[in-house]
Design a protein around this ligand. Structure first.
Ligand SMILES: [Zn+2]
Length: 157
């Protein structure tokens, strides 16, 4: 059994879609990033890589590589899933928290859980996503960006 944690932050940018957990969220701005800036999926990727002892997302998918420009982070997650399976591990469970002052996430979360479970070839019950504000404190409270953290537990296959 192995455990990993992931944490990621992206800042808001006008004129971009807001994509979280592979779901497009209705909002007036998105997140800035080399890829689609899906901060939740990035934190899950880092959690899985941490549990595997295989570094981090920036090492695996460098943002200097044009190949990853505006890439759908679901594709990156499926590549990490392959890596996990090659290492003979499977998802035990994943618990995530999205930290955002706005927008409200609740209605989107079940869909995020289904998408992530499907990509990682596990049951929806093994993926738990929560969202919280920071009570208007700090960069999240000032609505400058969104953060996500994930705890990942892997089981030997
Ligand atoms: Zn990121």
């Amino acid at each position: 059994m192995r455990i990993g944690i992931g944490y990621d932050v992206h800042k808001f940018k006008e004129g971009r879609d807001l994509i979280l957990g592979g779901v497009k969220i209705e909002y007036d701005k998105g997140l800035e990033g080399h890829s689609d800036a899906d901060v939740l999926i990035h934190s899950i990727i880092d959690g899985i890589l941490g549990a595997l002892g295989k570094g981090d997302i920036g090492t695996l998918f460098p943002d200097t590589d044009i190949k990853y420009k505006d890439i759908d982070s679901k594709i990156l997650l499926s590549e990490v899933c392959k890596l996990m399976k090659d290492s003979k591990f499977k998802i035990g469970n994943i618990d995530c928290t999205i930290l955002a002052e706005k927008p409200k996430m609740r209605e989107y979360i079940p869909k995020m859980e289904i998408i992530i479970a499907e990509i990682l070839e596990t049951f929806k019950e093994n993926i738990n996503i929560k969202a919280t504000t920071t009570e208007k404190l700090g960069f999240i409270g000032r609505e400058e960006g969104i953060a996500a953290q994930s705890a990942v537990f892997l089981d030997k296959e």
